[in-house]
Design a protein. Sequence first.
Lengths: 382, 304
Amino acid sequence: MANTGEAVKAAPWRDPSARAYVEIERVTKSFGDFKAVDDVSLKIYKGEIFCLLGASGCGKTTLLRMLGGFEAPSSGRILIDGEDMTGVPPYERPVNMMFQSYALFPHMNVEQNVAFGLKQDRVPKAEIAERVATMLELVKLGGFAKRKPHQLSGGQRQRVALARSLVKRPKVLLLDEPLGALDKKLREHTQFELIGLQDKLGVTFLVVTHDQEEAMTLASRIGVMDHGEIVQAGTPSEIYEFPSSKFVADFVGSVNIFEGKLLEDEPEYVRIASDELGAAIYVSHGISAAPEATVWAAIRPEKIFMSTAPPESSGHGTDNVVRGAVQDIAYLGDLSIYLVKLPTGKVVRVTQPNTSRHAEAITWEQQVYLSWDASSPVVVTR
Amino acid sequence: MRALRPLRKIGISGRGLVVTLPYLWLLLFFVVPFVIVLKISFSDIDLAIPPYKPLIEWVGKNSMAIKVNLNNYAFLFTDSLYIHAFLNSIKVAFISTLLCLIIGYPIAYGIARSTARTRNILLLLVVLPFWTSLLLRVYAWIGLLKANGVINNILIWLGVIHEPITMLYTPFAMYVGIVYSYLPFLILPLYANLEKMDWQLLEAAEDLGCRPWQAFYKITLPLSRNGILAGSMLVFIPAVGEFVIPALLGGPNALMIGRVLWDEFFSNRAWPVASSVAILLLILLVPFMMWYQSVQARESAGQR
C-alpha cells in the first residue's frame, strides 16, 4: 500500500501551475570544506508524504534540520507556504519535528509532554486539555496520560513523540527516521498507522529515512539523496521502475547491472552489446545517449524469467537470452532468490515467486536459461 | 583465591573483607572519636590534664556513679554568642552556596557543552588548584587583598582609586575565600549531571515554541536539579563548620561557629563546652547530609 491521500491522487507535481507548499531553492550547507547539502532544489506539495531517502551521511538529516531551523543554509533559501524562512528561528516556524531519539522530556508525563507546545503558545487551558486528549486518543495512548516516558515501551514513546509534534497542527511535520528504533513487525504496523494518521489530519509530512522499504511504503514521492544532492525525485514506482542512474537503481531494491556499448540506437529501440552478459540486450524504447557511448542496462531480479528449457523466441533473435548455472538458492517462503553464474563469470540475481507448493524445483548446479522482456531493462548513462 | 581459603573456613570471605573494611574505618575514625567527644561534652570542666572530670566515678567499693552534666548544652543556649555564631555560620554558608551556584552553574554548563578536547582542559583547570594546599591558596588571597596588595596596587596604578580599599579582614574577603575554595565542589557534580543531558531535548523544546532561555528554564534547569542539590550540599555542609578561611581572611569580627569552637578548645581550654558545640553542629548538619544522601541515591538510580 502506498500513500492514497487526496494530494497524491491529484499528483500536483505533474501540474506546472500548482503552488508548492514547501520550496527548497538551491540550498547548500557547508561545514568547512565539506558540503553536506549541495545545491538542492525541491518542491513539496500540500498533503504529501515526501521521503528523503539515502545512506547515512548523504545530507538528508542536515536538509531536514534546515527546514526545522536548527541549521542555517550556507546559501539558497527555504519557503514554507510562501513565507521565506531565512533567519526564522525554530520556535517561530510553522513546522514541528519528530526526532529520531524522540527527545521526550523525561521529567514530564505523557500528557505534559504533549501539552508542552500548546502551553508555550499560551493556548487556553480548556482547549489544551481537549486537544491533548483528542491527540492521545488518536495515537491510542488514552490510558497512558500520567505515565513518564521511561515507563513506556519503544512503540509507545514513538507515538508520544508523534502526538507531541502533531498537536500544534504544524504546516509541515518533519520526521527523522520515525520508525528507526522499532523492531520489524512493529515498524510495518506503524507505517500504516502513520499513513492513516496523515490522511486524517492532512498535514504535509517530510520523512527522512535510510530504509528504502519504509520510503516505498510511506511516500507519495521519494527524493533519493547521495553526497548532498538529490539524484532523483519521483513516485515510488517511478524510482523503482525508471531509475535515472546506476546509483538509484542499485540503492532502491536490488538490481542486475550490465555494462555495455550502444550497438544500435533507434527512436523505437536500442541494442546494447554487453561483454559482461555475453549477449546483446534489446530494449524496446529509445534513449538519449551518444553513439558508441558506454551505457548500463539495469534489470530487476523479478523481471528475469528462469527456465530449464530454452524460452520461446521473443522475436529478437539471440538477444535477451543467456545460459547459466545455478550457484546459490535462498528460499524465503513467498519467493526464492537464485544466483545464476553466467559463462562470463557475472553472477545474476533472479527472484521467482513460489506459486506452487510442489513445483519442480530448480536445484544447485543446474543449467538454466535466463530471459526477459524487451521492456524490462532500464538503460542509464551514469 | 587460594590464599583466602583458610580464612573462608573460619567464616571470612573475600566479599566479607571488602565490605567490612569501610565499616571498620568508620568505626575507628568516626564512631570512636564521636563517642569520645560526646563523652567530654557531658563532663565538667576541670583544671587538670585533660581539662575535664571523668564521667564515671567510683564511690566506695563496687559502686560507681555516672554523672551526666547537661550544663554545657544549657550554657550554649543561655549565652547568645553561640546561637549567634550558629546562625551566622548558616547565613555565611547559605550565601556562599548561592554565590558558588551563580558562578559555578554557567561554568559547569559551559564545560558540559564544549567539545571533548576542550572539556578535558577545562576540567583540568577546575581541579588544578587542588594540587596546592588549601592553606597556601588562602594565604595567597591575603597577598591579593591586603591594603598594599596586588589588587589595590593595580587599581591605584590604573587611577580607579586613590586610597587603598579595605578588603582584607572583612566579610567580603571571607566570601571571596570560601567561594573560591569550594567552587570546584559545586562545579564537578553539576558538570557530571549536565554531561549526561540529552541536548536534543533543547532542540525539541525550541521546536515546540521555546526561546532558548525558556528551554533552559523549563528543561535544563529541572533536569539538573539533582546536580544542583548535590553540589550545593557539598559546599554548604563544610562551609557551615569552616574555620580556616574566616580566621585568615574574615578578621576578628567574623563570628563563625568553627571559630568559636577553636577558641573554646584552645584559648579557654573549655573542652566540654567545645565538645558540646561540636555535637550540636553535627546534629544541625545531619538533616542536610541525609538529604544529600537521598539525592545521591536518586541520581545513581537514574531517576529524575
